[in-house]
Design a protein around this ligand. Structure first.
Ligand code: GLA
Length: 721
């Protein structure tokens, strides 16, 4: 290969990650390397590395063996999943792309180029001149990579796109998969499997990210943990139908990738039309914590960052459900404010005929039946009490028993004359239809204009099944729906720049990096039981940092599981996210309220650290004990939690270790508890002694023995003596 001629070889390095890309080689760009930083990559070294890796053909192999591009091409001999599947009625199904331009950070690139974080844009045309492809590849400051593709039909005939996926290479030692399953009330359940010959494919056809989404698909060295093992991960940033996959072919190549999942006939490009797929993110790390922290750094660097002074929230849902009694809700506001709550959120039930979940969804007009003077009495009181006001919407949904469904049955998504099977008594409003979009947008804006609303909880409570467009012969409409959802959020935010938006979907079924370009918080799960929440918070942080996770303290008896837990366990769990309360406070005892107030004060005092620190999850405690924490970016302090999930067998390790501190600095370590918590036995030796960060990581202090479903918090403060 001649990189001084037409070839382009790009070496990018950022945050301990190197990516080596052969662009214009002459096919589509090939990621020749993605992994730990390689020092001293000059032109000669990089070219030598590429030459030294030229694949040798074995028995009955193709010659030359395929070089697998970011968009893998079948015509190169690649018989794994192709990047593009599509055709013009059977023609042009195996396009041969030739690169026509390579730009790095906007400048034409030739020969060898070394850069830090940067953006590569490659344009290519297929040999028949039917298609052009624009591929973007970025290495971000966080060390994340991401890629997306846009296809344009330049031919006279319609070109149907069946599938477009992108992928990155996996090294041969990455043979163990970790991704997620889950369901309503139990989101993000980790699952491991070996990567064998063939493909591990996670397809989502739910029209939303999904409670069971693959979320982040990892492939790593066997047994990788939070701090150990090489791990390569992918995340398809899309809130509609989508794919994640990992694949190994018999010649040994391994890929990890994903894209949007397109329904039959969903994307047919007429002359001049374009299709652009979602970003595929890649995160490499030594252990899962490093993989997660790269995603966190990316979200923390959003143009509109989420402040770590997240207001303590009260959401009324589990307190009152549909019982919108003004006096009761005003009383709740008073009680919340007295506890130090800073934001009050009125949930489902304030509009139309929505007195329960069978009716009124889609009619976004304040109900005169329950709110004869509008929401003003409540909003005014909440504001007077010094709190922000938030309101629940579910803009993409309708109850068949609603004014909207009666007036416009043709706006309901359906692939046929009848409507799809119901879920939670509701159907999907097709906001891909411009009139339906305009209607719901104007109703939302009218409410936002009438009341001083700081926050919207944006819900989406069913899967999209047979989601076709009735006004277009029932053609698939999920892609248009997803795009319209993003547009609606963008336009509402443009009209109300200060408005904060929470992404909720029957709990945590719409959490992905594309919705998080627009939403500032996610509702992790409808299940607030702290035992289950420990798992869900632990794994939801694999993609998003704690300040984005809605994390509430509920009543002692969980409404979902029926289990009872101490307040110290409920609150000691919830403070590792954006703290809220979802509890009928009129039912709480004075003692409970006092204790809750302590936790709110604790959260407020520590939220800079709790919500701005770096995530640490410890290996080595089995499933019965969880140890996790947050460390200040300057390593001056940290908070750790030791959580008992069951009566551990065998006994937990004798020592409790804390990672992430500065090895050489000295720290004072103290168990802490908000006042009112019963004292626990945390062992001797923590009466003011100091230990080095290295000693705390490798040796640690005595591991407390406590009952199941308890949390013990520790703080570590750097000290000079
Ligand atoms: C969904 C949400 C809940 C609540 C209800 C209201 O289930 O996840 O938090 O808002 O809807 O109907």
């Amino acid at each position: 290969m001649d990189f001084d001629g037409d070839g382009v070889l790009v070496a990018m390095a950022a945050a301990g990650v190197t990516v080596l890309i052969e662009a214009a080689a002459p096919g589509l760009p090939v990621v020749a390397y993605w992994g730990p930083q390689l020092p001293g990559l000059d032109a000669a070294q990089a070219a030598a590395l590429i030459r030294a890796g030229e694949p040798v053909s074995g028995s009955n192999n193709l010659e030359p063996r395929p070089r697998v591009a970011i968009l893998p091409e079948h015509r190169t001999g690649w018989t794994g999943r192709p990047g593009l599947s599509g055709s013009a009625a059977g023609r042009g199904w195996s396009p041969a792309f030739r690169t026509t331009s390579v730009r790095l950070d906007g400048e034409p690139a030739r020969g060898f180029v070394a850069s830090g974080a940067g953006r590569l844009e490659v344009e290519a045309v297929d040999d028949a001149g039917r298609l052009t492809l624009r591929l973007e590849f970025e290495l971000l400051d966080s060390g994340l990579v991401r890629a997306r593709a846009e296809l344009e039909n330049r031919g006279p005939d319609a070109y149907g796109v069946d599938d477009l996926v992108l992928s990155f290479p996996l090294p041969p030692e990455a043979t163990e998969i970790l991704d997620f399953g889950g369901r309503h009330n139990l989101e993000r359940i980790p699952q491991r499997a070996p990567l064998r010959t063939g493909a591990h494919v996670r397809e989502n056809r739910k029209g939303r990210t999904g409670a069971d989404s693959a979320y982040v698909l990892h492939v790593g060295t066997p047994g990788f943990g939070f701090a150990s093992g090489g791990v390569w991960a992918a995340h398809t940033a899309w809130s509609g139908n989508h794919t994640h996959y990992a694949e190994r072919v018999s010649t040994g190549e391994q890929r990890i990738g994903g894209g949007e999942l397109l329904l039959p006939g969903e994307v047919v490009l007429t002359a001049g039309e374009r299709y652009r797929g979602p970003w595929l993110y890649g995160s490499y790390g030594q252990g899962l914590d490093e993989v997660a922290r790269r995603f966190h750094r990316r979200l923390r660097a959003r143009p509109r960052p989420v402040d770590t002074r997240r207001p303590v929230t009260l959401n009324v849902w589990e307190a009152v459900y549909f019982d919108h009694d003004t006096d009761r809700l005003l009383d709740l506001a008073e009680r919340a404010a007295a506890l130090g709550v800073e934001r009050y959120v009125l949930d489902d039930g304030w509009f139309g005929s929505r007195r329960d979940d069978t009716s009124g969804l889609g009619d976004w007009v304040v109900s005169p039946d329950v709110w004869p003077r509008g929401l003003h009495p409540l909003v005014d009181r909440v504001k007077k009490l010094g709190m922000q006001f938030g309101l629940w919407f579910e803009p993409e949904m309708v109850n068949p028993d609603s004014d909207l469904a009666r007036a416009h049955p043709e706006w309901i998504m359906s692939a046929r004359a009848g409507w799809p099977v119901e879920s939670r008594n509701q159907q999907v409003l097709n906001i891909g239809i411009p009139e339906a979009y305009a209607h719901v947008k104007s109703q939302i804006l009218a409410v936002l204009e009438e009341y001083a609303i700081d926050y919207v909880k944006w819900d989406h409570n069913r899967d999209l099944v047979e989601a076709g467009t009735q006004t277009d012969d029932g053609r698939p409409g999920v892609r248009e729906q997803t795009r319209a959802f993003y547009r609606l959020l963008d336009e509402i935010r443009a009209a109300h720049p200060e408005l904060e938006i929470e992404s909720c979907s029957s709990g945590g079924a719409r959490i992905d990096l594309e919705v998080l370009e627009r939403a500032d918080r996610v509702w992790v799960s409808d299940n607030i039981d702290p035992h289950d929440r420990q798992h869900m918070l632990r794994w939801t942080t694999q993609l998003i940092p704690p300040e984005f996770m809605g994390s509430h303290v509920a009543s002692d008896r969980s409404h979902v599981t029926g289990r009872r837990h101490d307040l110290s366990f409920r609150a000691g769990t919830a403070v590792f996210g954006h703290l809220g309360i979802e509890w009928d406070l009129s039912q709480a005892t004075d003692e409970q309220l006092a204790e809750l107030g302590e936790w709110v004060a604790f959260f407020k005092a520590q939220r800079g650290l709790l919500l701005g620190g770096e995530l640490v999850r410890m290996d080595g405690y089995g499933d019965d004990v969880l140890v996790h924490g947050v460390v200040a970016p300057d390593r001056s302090r940290a908070l750790f939690a030791m959580v008992t999930m069951a009566s551990p067998y065998p006994d937990p390790p004798a020592r409790l270790r804390f990672r992430g501190l500065d090895a050489a600095r000295l720290y004072r370590v103290r168990p802490i508890a908000a006042a009112g918590l019963p004292p626990r036995w945390w062992g001797p030796g923590l009466e003011g002694e100091v230990f080095s960060g290295a000693a705390l990581e490798h040796l640690g202090v005595a591991c407390p023995r406590v009952n199941p479903d308890q949390v013990v918090l520790y703080r570590a403060d750097a000290t000079t003596g």
